[in-house]
Design a protein. Structure first.
Length: 400
């Protein structure tokens, strides 16, 4: 009897030498960090999105989808962030994209010496051009907001880039060309997303309407005192161009453009290509430095909004800690498994601090920054600082 053939040994994956060296952290999320990196052979700098496989478990499709979208449109339009490379290691997935050194949209505006309505129209035109390109290639972004709009370089004439395609979808791969999942950032989400009646490319146009409103005054059209009130306002498009002093100098053409974007019925909503032909975008613009300088008002409103939301995010993180949810290393609230600490070669779960429920600070997760005075902002910061200091002191005392 012939001896059984030896079992074939499974091939080990070929180990490739790392082509990049990572540097400082540029940003962090619940399951990933973005780091500056340099290509070892060429010395060129990029940004690497480093995704933790363990924390991403069950949501791998989001990364695959982001790669698929970027492969389809990357390098095809000057206003879309370019995918340079992607690979994985035992523990992480890596997406290497061009390094946008010019910063986020509104931070850039706040650093300008002046800012006019025509400047806002130029920015919206760049966004629309990229979105029209995406839509022509069957892609809906679904998470357009100022935080996902970056400048390629610090120069004044730098390209504005659309980034973060984690929630985007290729529509021709979706049955019936309609999406039903609820996703996005609430203040920029279209009514049909909340209604769950199916949505597609028109949701990007709604978001552009919100962004345009924001670019002209420094706050969003549906800012309310709670998430529920905000959603109710979005469902019926309950917004206005108020307070009057913030909108007195804004042209009727700009307001009409916003109205066309913020149309409740997605079938009646303006398309990306139609929006590019709108007079406010195409040929009805005031000359540069004509009209009122919007920067003082926009900057004041934006900074008030940012300060208030930062304070609320801090309180939410504290409440999450006190409810036993834990904190990420960067201080952001997390719903992921408890953080670990390494002692020698052993990994231990950190102990949680669990408070009495009535100690939790009762602050809603939203807030309205419109009309806030500097005194109100400082008072809000003072209260949050007191709460943070008190809660951390109590937590430290309980651990001793």
């Amino acid at each position: 009897m012939a001896a059984p053939a030896p079992k074939a040994q499974p091939q080990r994956p070929q180990i490739q030498p790392c082509r990049y060296k990572t540097g400082k952290t540029l940003g962090a999320g619940s399951y990933s960090v973005v780091k500056e990196c340099v290509h070892i052979d060429t010395g060129r700098y990029f940004a690497a999105k480093v995704i933790n496989k363990r924390l991403m478990a069950g949501r791998e499709h989001m990364v695959r989808n982001e790669i698929a979208v970027l492969k389809r449109v990357s390098m095809g339009h000057q206003n879309i962030l370019t995918l340079v490379d992607y690979f994985e290691t035992m523990n992480n997935l890596y997406l290497v994209v061009e390094l946008a050194l010019g910063g986020e949209l509104f931070d850039r505006i706040c650093r300008k010496g002046s800012y006019y309505e025509a400047d806002a129209a130029d920015l919206v035109r760049a966004i629309l051009s990229a979105v029209a390109y995406l839509h022509d290639h069957g892609i809906v972004h679904r998470d357009l907001k100022p935080e996902n709009l970056l400048f390629r370089t610090p120069e004044d004439n730098a390209d504005l880039l659309i980034a973060d395609f984690g929630l985007s979808r290729i529509m021709d791969e979706e049955q019936f060309h309609v999406l039903t999942t609820t996703c996005g950032t609430p203040g920029y989400m279209a009514p049909e997303i909340f209604k769950k009646t199916g949505h597609g490319k028109p949701v990007d146009i709604w978001a552009i309407g919100v962004i345009t409103y924001f670019l002209l005054c420094g706050y969003t059209p549906f800012d309310r005192d709670s998430n529920l009130e905000e959603m109710q306002a979005i469902l019926v498009a309950d917004y206005s161009f108020t307070p009057l002093e913030h909108w007195r100098s804004i042209s009727q053409s700009a307001r009409d453009f916003i109205n066309r974007c913020l149309t409740i019925d997605p079938k009646a909503r303006i398309t990306a290509h139609e929006a590019l032909q709108h007079p406010w975008i195409s040929n009805d613009l005031p000359s540069k430095k004509q009209g009122e300088d919007l920067l003082p008002t926009v900057k004041k409103n934006f900074n008030a909004r940012r300060t208030l939301h930062k304070a609320i995010d801090t309180v939410r993180a504290i409440n999450k800690l006190r409810e036993g949810g834990g904190l990420m290393m960067d201080g952001a609230a997390s719903i992921e498994p408890r953080p670990e600490r390494v002692v020698g070669n052993d990994v231990h779960e950190e102990e949680r601090y669990t408070p009495h429920h009535d100690d939790i600070m009762k602050i809603d997760s939203r807030g309205n920054a419109r009309g806030q005075t500097e005194e109100q902002i400082r008072e809000q910061e003072r209260k949050v600082k007191e709460v943070v200091t008190g809660l951390w002191a109590k937590a430290a005392g309980n651990r001793q």
